[in-house]
Design a protein around this ligand. Structure first.
Ligand SMILES: [Zn+2]
Length: 385
């Protein structure tokens, strides 16, 4: 095992085998407080970190793009790095409308054991098909993020997934009696309140993180997604719309439960009036209304109550990103920077991420002492570990 209790891997295998094996080893570590020689080999043996410099750690400032450039904060590290996995303390539920079907949906979230991850069960179908919330289960990203398995799908999972990721909930079972997660008010605030009401419970299993060793990037048609090495989890999104109300907006979030709840969770999905009319003409967005989306016309926001934040649009992009990237199945220590991205492009990035295995490792935190070096040195240098 590596010094200071950290285990790292450079020997990544194909997803999901890699994740399954990683979780299996974590389970062994917890139950036996030990790992076998072949497991150490699997995690990369005695491999160390590459040389780390300031440029390696942070994305280059890009003033032309107007992107903020910052250093992960000390408290960000402590908040971002949970030691133990978490689940809900008790079962919670909610009901609402599917945005496309217009039908009512009942959703229940139950506590789940260590290394379970987030999984959905379609309780309305024979055999109660189970669908893990992993990016390799994604079957469609055209209007929302849709996952599928065993001939069943669950659609529009991204806002609920953002609430799990934002609050640091690793393990939960979501039972749903329809194919769409209810849209609620178009944001993640109702899910966040619901999950908060259930309380969180720390579990006797260590957290596992993706550590980014070098930037990974995709770019096409004026869109880009890049993840940079960082000692905390940060998301920076930029949107650019040819509409006087939106234009160019950038928002950066250090992902912590309080920051997510206060700054991001209430940002609603948005659409242009002509798009909404088009979708309704083709039988989509049947449940869509001004109660669950910000709708923009040529003149401005149609919703009488206006916006919840002046830059609600870009904050919602951060929310969507958090949900989409949670489909990696493990937490991230890295800085994600997106430019004009959406669900489909985020998903393309997740596939590229797993192709570029030399650019990341995983890290398992076993005890609170393991975090001390990071608290003392926010640059995550090899020498400090
Ligand atoms: Zn959304």
């Amino acid at each position: 095992m590596e010094h200071n209790g950290f285990i790292r891997t450079g020997a990544a295998q194909d997803f999901p085998d890699f994740i399954a094996k990683c979780l299996n080893i974590r389970q062994k570590m917890f139950t036996n407080n030990n790992v076998a020689a072949e497991d150490v080999e699997f995690f990369g043996g005695g491999r160390g970190w590459p040389p780390i410099g300031a440029a390696w750690m942070h994305p280059p400032p890009n003033a032309a793009r107007g992107e903020p450039h910052g250093t992960p904060q000390q408290e960000g590290i402590e908040n971002a790095m949970q030691i133990h996995q978490q689940t809900l303390a008790r079962e919670v539920s909610c009901a609402g409308l599917g945005v496309h079907s217009g039908k009512s949906v009942q959703l229940t979230v139950k506590p789940a054991p260590v290394n379970h991850g987030i999984q959905f069960i379609r309780s309305d179908l024979p055999g109660r098909p189970r669908i893990p919330a992993h990016f390799n289960q994604v079957v469609d990203t055209s209007l929302a993020t849709v996952i599928g398995a065993e001939g069943a799908i669950v659609s529009t999972i991204e806002h609920l997934m953002a609430a799990f990721a934002g609050l640091g909930i690793d393990n939960a079972l979501v039972e749903i009696d329809a194919y769409e997660v209810p849209i609620m008010d178009g944001s993640a605030a109702p899910f966040t309140r619901m999950l908060r009401s259930g309380g969180t419970a720390a579990q006797p299993g260590p957290k596992c993180y993706f550590i980014i060793k070098e930037p990974i990037s995709i770019e096409a048609s004026g869109k880009s997604v890049t993840i940079y090495p960082a000692a905390a989890y940060r998301i920076t999104c930029t949107i650019d719309f040819q509409h006087p109300l939106i234009q160019r907006q950038t928002y950066a979030l250090d992902v912590t439960p309080d920051g997510f709840e206060k700054e991001i969770s209430a940002a609603r999905t948005f659409g242009f009036l002509h798009e909404v009319e088009y979708m309704k003409r083709y039988g989509l967005a049947r449940g869509g209304s001004l109660d669950n989306a910000v709708v923009i016309s040529e003149e401005g926001v149609i919703n009488e109550s206006g916006l919840r934040y002046p830059d609600e649009f870009v904050r919602h992009k951060v929310l969507d990103c958090l949900g989409d990237f949670s489909l990696l199945g493990m937490s991230i220590l890295g800085h994600i920077v997106t430019h004009r991205s959406g669900h489909a492009f985020n998903h393309a990035f997740l596939k590229a991420f797993f192709r570029q295995k030399q650019s990341w490792e995983t890290l398992t935190v076993n005890t609170s002492e393991d975090l001390s070096p990071l608290r003392e040195n926010s640059t995550l240098r090899r020498s400090s570990l």
